[in-house]
Write a new protein. Structure first.
Length: 437
C-alpha cells in the first residue's frame, strides 16, 4: 500500500518559502498547509493573541485528515504560539517553558549565565514604566530593548543620559505591541516568580558585546543531543545594529567554531530545549580569543535557508521537517552548485520615512536581472512611488530595501557580483518636492 503524504502545517506560509519547502529531499511525501497568513503573525500593528490561537485551533480541528507536524520559521509571536498548539494537539516539539527560556531575553540571560558566565554580558531588567528611572542600570554604553521583540525593533544603543531618556520614551510608546501578546503566551507556561511577577512589559539592559566577528550557529536538538550543521557569518552596518549581509560558510577558524558548538550544547541542556531546530548567535573577539553569546532562537533562520540551498543543494528547512516528524536529520546534503553564498540586505541610513522611492525596478526587470546573474534571487521591499515609511523592513537606524541571495565560487566573486547587480538595480529616493539627484 502506498504511504500517505505527511500533513505539515506551516505558520505564515507564503510562496517564496513554499518553493524552498518543496525543494527538500522527498518533498513528494509531504503536503504543506498554511496555518496563518504571514501578515497577521509578522506585520500586524497589534497581535490579538487569544483570537490568533483560537484561529489556529479552528483550522487544525476542521482539517479532514491526520496532522503530522506544525512548524514555523518566523520570529515572535509564532515562535511561542506553535509550541502551544503542538502541545494541545499531541505533536512533537519543545516545551513552552524551554522556548520562553530562549525567547524572553532576561530569563534567557539568567539561564545562560548559570553555565556560560564568561560568555554572557552584564545585564539588568529595566521597568520602562517606573515612576522615576533614577539612574541607568549599567555603565554607558549599553543596549536597551524589550525582553521580547523582533528584527531589532525598539532596540537602542545608549551612550548617555539623553539617549536613555529618549529610548525609554520610544519604548513606552511601542512596547505594548510585543508585551500584550507575550503576557498571554506566558500564561501557558510554568514561570519562576521573578519572571511572572514582573510581567511582559519589561526591558533588558545589556553590556555592549557587538565588537569582533558575529556568526550564527544553525543546529538542532534531537532526543537530547545537540548537533550543529552549519555556521553563517553576520556582517553589520555602521551602528552595529542593522545586519547588512549573511555569508556561508563562516570564515572563522575551526577551533573557534568547535568552542561555540560546545557552548551551545551546554546552554541548551541547561535550558532543557529538545526536539527542535535552533539558531544561536555569537561574537568572537580575536584580541583576547573570547566568545560572547548574543541570543538563542528556537527556529531555523529563514534568511539562511537559500544559502544552504545554494551550498548544500538542499535548504535547511529539511532539518525543521525531519525533527518535527521525529526523524534525526541527515544534513548537510553536500550537493550544492556553489562553494559560497550570501544574503545581502542593502540599506539606507539616516533617511526619512517621508522619502519617496523615485526609481525602482519593475517585477519584469527584476526577473531579467536574475536571469543575467545566475544563482540570484531578489526580493525587493520597495517599489516606485511608495514612501519608505510604508514598508515594514526597518529598524531604529535604517530602511532595508530588499533581500538579495547570491552564490559564487569565491568570496571575492560573490561581493563583486553583488556590487554589479546593485548598480544595475538603480534604486533612488528623494523627499517630496525635492529635486532628484
Amino acid at each position: 500500500m502506498e504511504e500517505r503524504r505527511k500533513n505539515i502545517f506551516v505558520a505564515g506560509l507564503e510562496p517564496f518559502n513554499l518553493r524552498l519547502l518543496q525543494s527538500v529531499r522527498d518533498a513528494e511525501r509531504y503536503a504543506f498547509h498554511p496555518l496563518y497568513e504571514r501578515r497577521e503573525i509578522c506585520y500586524a500593528p497589534r497581535f490579538d493573541m487569544p483570537a490568533l490561537l483560537d484561529k489556529g485551533r479552528a483550522i487544525l480541528r476542521e482539517f479532514d485528515g491526520p496532522i503530522d507536524a506544525i512548524v514555523s520559521y518566523w520570529d515572535f509571536p509564532s515562535i511561542v504560539m506553535v509550541p502551544i498548539l503542538r502541545r494541545e494537539f499531541g505533536l512533537r516539539g519543545p516545551s513552552v517553558e524551554s522556548v520562553l527560556r530562549c525567547q524572553h531575553k532576561y530569563w534567557s540571560r539568567i539561564e545562560q549565565a548559570k553555565v556560560l558566565p564568561d560568555e554572557v554580558p552584564r545585564f539588568e531588567m529595566v521597568d520602562p514604566f517606573a515612576a522615576d528611572p533614577a539612574r541607568p542600570p549599567l555603565d554607558y554604553p549599553f543596549w536597551l530593548k524589550p525582553v521580547t521583540a523582533h528584527s531589532s525593533l525598539l532596540g537602542f544603543r545608549v551612550d548617555g543620559r539623553a539617549d536613555y531618556d529618549r529610548a525609554l520614551t520610544a519604548i513606552r510608546d511601542g512596547i505594548h505591541r510585543f508585551a500584550e501578546p507575550l503576557e498571554v503566551l506566558m500564561g501557558y507556561a510554568d514561570l519562576p516568580d521573578e519572571i511572572s511577577e514582573a510581567g511582559a512589559a519589561q526591558c533588558i539592559a545589556e553590556e555592549i558585546i557587538s565588537r569582533g566577528r558575529q556568526c550564527t550557529l544553525e543546529g538542532y536538538v534531537f532526543e537530547g543531543k545537540t548537533e550543529v550543521y552549519g555556521i553563517v557569518d553576520s556582517i553589520r552596518g555602521p551602528h552595529r545594529s542593522s545586519l547588512e549581509r549573511y555569508e556561508y560558510p563562516s570564515a572563522l577558524p575551526a577551533s573557534v567554531k568547535a568552542r561555540m558548538t560546545a557552548s551551545a550544547a551546554k546552554v541548551l541542556a541547561q535550558i532543557g530545549l529538545d526536539d527542535t531546530p535552533f539558531n544561536m548567535e555569537f561574537f568572537y573577539h580575536s584580541g583576547d580569543d573570547s566568545l560572547s553569546l548574543l541570543e538563542i532562537n528556537v527556529r531555523i533562520s529563514k534568511s539562511h535557508s537559500p544559502l544552504f540551498d545554494k551550498v548544500a543543494g538542499v535548504p535547511h528547512k529539511e532539518v525543521m521537517i525531519d525533527v518535527a516528524l521525529g526523524r534525526k536529520p541527515d544534513y548537510p546534503a553536500r550537493r550544492g552548485r556553489f562553494r559560497y553564498a550570501a544574503k545581502y540586505m542593502p540599506r539606507l541610513y539616516g533617511h526619512s520615512d517621508d522619502e519617496i522611492v523615485t526609481h525602482a525596478p519593475t517585477e519584469a526587470e527584476l526577473r531579467a536581472l536574475e536571469s543575467r546573474h545566475p544563482g540570484t534571487e531578489i526580493q525587493l521591499h520597495v517599489e516606485q512611488g511608495m514612501r519608505l515609511g510604508e514598508d515594514h523592513h526597518y529598524d531604529e537606524y535604517s530602511h532595508e530595501l530588499g533581500a538579495i541571495f547570491m552564490g559564487a565560487q569565491s568570496r571575492a566573486a560573490l561581493h563583486a557580483d553583488f556590487r554589479r547587480l546593485w548598480e544595475e538595480m538603480d534604486i533612488r529616493t528623494a523627499l517630496p518636492d525635492e529635486p532628484e539627484e
